[in-house]
Design a protein around this ligand. Sequence first.
Ligand code: AKG
Ligand code: FE2
Length: 394
Amino acid sequence: MHEAAMESVPYYEEPPSYDHFLQNHLLPNRPALIGPALTKDWRARKEWVEPTNANGAHTPAMQPRLDYLREQFGEAKVTVADCQERDFNDQKRVDMKFEEFVDMFSSGRYYLKDWHMVKAFPNYHAYKVPDIFADDWMNEYWPTREDKDDYQFVYIGGDSTFTPLHADVYRSYSWSSNICGIKKWTLFPPGQEDLLKDRLNNFAYDIRSIDESQFPNFEKARRIVLYQRDGETLFVPSGWFHQVENIGSTISINHNWSNACNLEATFQSLSSDLEDVRRSIDDVREEMSPMEFVGRCQWLLLLHSGWDWSILLELLLCVSRRLGQQKDWVFQPDPTWQVQQIRKVIDTLRENEGEALTTYLEEKNLGSCIDDIEQELVKAILHGSCNNNKAAST
Ligand SMILES: O=C(O)CCC(=O)C(=O)O
Ligand SMILES: [Fe+2]
């Protein structure tokens, strides 16, 4: 066995308290596997699956009720990954109707991914977000935008479908609950990214077929291998690379999420993407005014990373407004600490970007955004101290 496969992930038969989860997983950025009790009341677990009549270490106990799912969701538009066709460092995607996907399901080749099921069927209520994952700034902010996006997904795939090696967007956390089937996860703790890359700085694609001549150090990377069974939920920490292979037919529900605990990581990842963008267009810098250069960099950052400073600041404003009004702080860290994390980001941003940031935000009609955030943070501190800082408790 690979030496690093010996590392293990704590298993919770019963869901941990929020405080325990905060101290042992969110803050230290360590994975956790939680037993089926966490999701036992979900409609998805009751109505989407049926027994397989087999239940061994490598055979799932439950399987999808495809006819029921087709009847409920057949007309929905979904995006499906072709697990046999690579597209740069991801799989080729094809758009189709849910019922077409069901027809092709048994091929084991097509994997329905990133289906915004809650957005498509807001009244269906397939599941309830567990309390320990409820402090989620991404899914608080994105649905308030005009384009009403979210990071709440359903995945459905046959035996041997898989998700290639990757780390989640913007250093977000992920939680993933298996409705049925078994997922084999290989998780790589952060800090060893260089071992996962070839000489041209490209990350490996499928860890089951690594060409040692291209990736001479891949085997040295420490990893954790775990099997997530029917009903279990995995917390995937921020910045951990992972690959997922499905054993038997699987359905899972997963959210990418973030909060004060990984804000700094998200900010650093965006800052480093911005640095790459700046370097890539440095040669045309002289041809533009400083303001144009900032605007061009932000535009490229948005294209390349999906976020830019205006989105980050709007998100922080949305969260700060809620913190400024909030009266009780259950299932989230101490408000004073949350405020400090936001302030740190704002201060660093101001320091790094200087005048250009103000002008850029004014052009985006966000000229007062930073002041507004600061005002809300002051209110949050007041409320927090009135509340005797009893945060981080359940
Ligand atoms: O279940 C999968 O195939 C991928 C899930 C994943 O990458 C995640 O939850 O972060
Ligand atoms: Fe992921």
